[in-house]
Design a binder for this molecule. Sequence first.
Ligand SMILES: NC(=O)c1ccc[n+]([C@@H]2O[C@H](COP(=O)([O-])OP(=O)(O)OC[C@H]3O[C@@H](n4cnc5c(N)ncnc54)[C@H](OP(=O)(O)O)[C@@H]3O)[C@@H](O)[C@H]2O)c1
Length: 238
Amino acid sequence: MGRSLKGSRVLVLGGTSGIGLATAQAAAAAGAMVTLASRSSDKVNAAVAKVGNGAVGASLDTTNDTALEAFFSKQPEWDHIVVSVAAGRSAGLHDLSLQDAYGNMNAKFWTAYKTAKLATITPDGSLTLVSGYLSHRPNKDALLQGCINAALESLGRGLALALSPVRVNTVSPGLIDTPIRAAMPADRKKAMLDHAAATLPARRVGQAEDVADAILMLMTNPFTTGSTLFVDGGGMIS
Ligand SMILES: NC(=O)c1ccc[n+]([C@@H]2O[C@H](COP(=O)([O-])OP(=O)(O)OC[C@H]3O[C@@H](n4cnc5c(N)ncnc54)[C@H](OP(=O)(O)O)[C@@H]3O)[C@@H](O)[C@H]2O)c1
């Protein structure tokens, strides 16, 4: 397998939208046999059609332990797994209910942890987690999101030891223009993206494909493990 994805079995959890979908498309274009999964069967069907190249889909809520366990128990070894499941609504300390806070941690952090525990990955394969630059640049209006991302980056480093020789890495995106902000008022979203494009060292807003490129590198570079790769247009240094 090595540096080529040709014929490899690739699973993308959260693969029906944004970064996960772009990763599924890139992996399939590189010759991988892709399985993508998320909760909505409509999104799964649309993503399978978009990815093409023999991709298959599964409707799966990764917060459902029984469903996740059943999914992995029916699957043979994977060559590469990418976890790109989003957490849910972000808000500040006093605006996020405890129920939503637990739900966010459950969707984003525990999905990654449970996947590492339940999935079988070939020894020369990889697991890639998706965190986010709030791990290092906390934002009071997305306090918990930063904590979840920091926990994921730590998890990625620990799993690189625990699952060795399987390689485990984390990609930490900056502001990426994906459907994750679909509920945001259009004018607020535009102002936010325009501000990012004007102030980031890269002078542009990130696209899902920028992160997918980085994920494919982490999947195929045989000497990269325990790394966190920031794909943030320089957000960390500005
Ligand atoms: N976009 C950014 O600016 C940005 C920045 C930093 C970090 N990130 C991180 O990057 C990751 C991907 O974000 P994105 O922008 O690509 O988001 P997105 O476009 O909203 O995609 C999120 C994906 O997660 C799936 N999902 C959500 N909850 C799920 C669950 N319980 N079980 C299974 N699938 C679930 C969604 O599909 P269903 O709704 O069908 O379940 C969807 O396929 C997230 O962890 C996000 O926090 C994004």
